[in-house]
Design a protein around this ligand. Sequence first.
Ligand code: HEM
Length: 384
Amino acid sequence: MESVKLIGLGLITICPILVYIFKFKTRKVYEFGQEIVPLDIDVDDIKSGRFIDRKYMPFRYPLTQTMALVKLDMNHWSIVDEEYYHFMSEKKRLFDNYEEEKLASNPFYKRLYGSEYDHICEELCEFVVTHFTTRFPKLFQRVSNVVYNKLLNEEYDLNKMDPFLVVTKLSMEDFFITVKDEDTKQHKCVGVSVAFGGGGFPIVPIVGQGMDEIHKKVPYYESKLRTSMSKWFDKFIDPVERSSWHIVWDKDLNCNELYTKHREYHDDSEKYKGYVDNIPFSDFYVRVERQSLIKLPKSKAIIFSNHPLFLNIEKDLLDVPVIPTIIHRTMHETPKDIIKHKHFDLLRHHLDPYLLEAEKRQQEMGVMDPYKPVRTQEGFPFRR
Ligand code: HEM
């Protein structure tokens, strides 16, 4: 009799737990109406570099200054890839080991405080944690309010840590948080966690600025982007991505020599070109800034995130049909202020012979038809 009672008691206790686990395991997660499909990858897949994300090759041709937004598949938002360890150790270094006091004056990390902004950060943190634990269940787990990062062997107590810091420590992305300023009717930036800005612009001063101020140095912003961007911000619901690219000769995530040398040589283009001439072609990369925009459902804050990717021109691009031609033409034919902004005028003389030779080789091999007009390749912004 006693044992029957014990079994009954056991069942009463265990059943709700099983139901909870079953419900949790089978619960589908949707982000903006898109189902997030769990990826069966583990720590070893990332450590060994076995897991490779979809190949990204965002080469539009011709390149003009337009918003160039494409629909974002949320399963490829905030990706985790074989560079995770490198990115995260760079973040740790650039963010002064995340020491609270030092972060307060860090040149790459700032957020505004106040209940409105705190709520946005909490919502973003919940969003990122749910995304990571759903998409990468073997890499990130959550038990109650503690998040386990299996890749770094770290745990984050959501009750104790600043939510923006949790986001920074989990994701490879750089984040810009923006909200609509009801006085100016423009979106303004209220938080940045941007370790990988590349060196072309200062990070922290952006906080508090509106879109016009932030983009004032962007070529053709006033004439080609401003109106369409402000209309788009007002009706934006579904997530989108965009990208931009330029050419560098080092893989420094935070600041490329392209910019430091420019400052060092004070616009002396002959000296700059002379320096570039001595850099071997094999050192050149296309640096792609892969950017996404999502609108958080409750706060309506727009989260702009950026993920740099480096494609070595010689190894990754020379043999891809039509891409060397697109790069070459873009460096010469793009509207002149874009050419200057991206410093193409200081690099192209050095890269031209290699790109033209690759074009000739592709034509001889029959992978590129010399009579077909050059255009954006099928599958853009991915490679088929
Ligand atoms: C529809 C949305 C947006 C479009 C079309 C857009 C477009 C651009 C373009 C064309 C540039 C020049 C570099 C490039 O080719 O990418 C740029 C730079 C930049 N954008 Fe945006 N942007 C958008 C949203 C945002 C948002 C929400 C932020 C958040 C703060 C932001 C921050 C920046 C910054 C910091 C730069 C660098 C500025 C500089 O070089 O001085 N953008 N953007």
